[in-house]
Design a protein around this ligand. Structure first.
Ligand code: CP
Ligand code: NVA
Length: 306
């Protein structure tokens, strides 16, 4: 049966290195097949990288906005996925509520439909982003297998991106520090999901002080303070997170060759300063480019490669 990737839990700790390796393979398992991509929220990187990765693997991508299918408004999520499965080998979706993906997976399983399902970001996780993050770090340190013992510090709102990043890091033996103010830290449920990925003694450490968390880190990572769907909280979030900007002060505290990462979109002057985003430590554009490389690995794994 085709695989699904709703969370990195579907890959497990050992599967992360597998997908990173498959990103560099040459196979075209989607020849003659198509992939549906449904977006309930906006996207620049995920839509374009996925679309081109499908083409790279010999397939045909079909982009579908939520306005067209209306998940749980025009028809149920169950009926949307069953319909798309009539035409496509893989269904990929960016959803507001992670439960929509779980319902789609259950529907495919119950009907014994051999179609893969990929999470292109939900409120809970962003697994495809984490694969690109691994590839970006691997470029700096001689491969994904050589990352063990490194330290990555995430600064800001502990969110969907943080969870997937932290899981991937622990799986590769990388210590992950998360610096966030009270009210924006990882929940106990997120911590459990992350710590299940710990190998090689790598640990998750939580901080309130971003300076303390940045000391000696091999990479500093941030994401927006206001995720999609949180727009009503924008003002209070900007106030509460104001001390959590990755700026030159934090870069100076990190390791001398530390890199700066951001999944993007960036808000210069909020979670990252303009100078750091455009400075010599920044790898954000390489990271964005790796979204396409990463999706090749994800799609090959979905199609059963190891
Ligand atoms: N990083 C990321 O997922 O970007 P988009 O929201 O533009 O797809
Ligand atoms: N945490 C952000 C990530 C954007 C790629 C969001 O969910 O909007």
């Amino acid at each position: 049966m085709t695989r699904h990737l709703l969370d990195l839990n579907d890959l497990g700790p050992s599967g992360i290195a597998t997908v990173a390796r498959l990103a560099g393979a040459a196979s075209k398992p989607l020849a003659g097949a198509s992939v549906a991509m449904v977006f309930e929220k906006p996207s620049a990187r995920t839509r374009n990288s996925t679309e081109m990765a499908v083409v790279d693997l010999g397939g045909h991508p079909v982009m579908i906005t939520d306005a067209e299918v209306g998940i749980d408004r025009r028809e149920t999520a169950e009926d949307v996925v069953r319909t798309l499965a009539c035409y496509h080998r893989v269904v990929a979706a960016r959803v507001n509520d992670h439960q929509v993906l779980e319902r789609m997976r259950s529907t495919l399983g119950a009907a014994r439909i051999d179609v893969g399902l990929i999470n292109l970001l939900s409120d809970r996780s962003h697994p495809c982003q984490a694969v690109a993050d691994v590839l970006t770090l691997a470029d700096e340190h001689g491969g994904a297998g050589a990352l063990s013992g490194r330290t990555v510090t995430y600064v800001g709102d502990a969110n969907n991106v943080t969870v997937s990043l932290a899981q991937a890091m622990l799986a590769l033996g990388v210590t992950i520090r998360v610096a966030a103010p009270k009210g924006y830290q990882l929940t106990s449920e997120m911590v459990s999901a992350i710590e299940a990925f710990s190998v090689d003694g790598a640990v998750l450490a939580q901080f309130e002080d971003p300076s303390e968390a940045a000391v000696g880190a091999d990479a500093l990572y941030t994401d927006v303070w206001v995720s999609m769907g949180q727009e009503a909280e924008a003002e209070v979030r900007r106030r509460d997170l104001a001390a959590y900007t990755i700026d030159q002060h934090l870069v100076d505290l990190a390791a001398p060759d530390a890199i700066v990462m951001h999944c993007l979109p960036a808000h210069r002057g909020e979670e990252i300063s303009h100078d750091v985003l455009e400075g010599p430590s920044s790898r954000v554009w390489r990271q964005a480019a790796h979204r396409r490389t990463a999706m090749r690995g994800v799609l090959r794994w979905i199609m059963g490669e190891d």
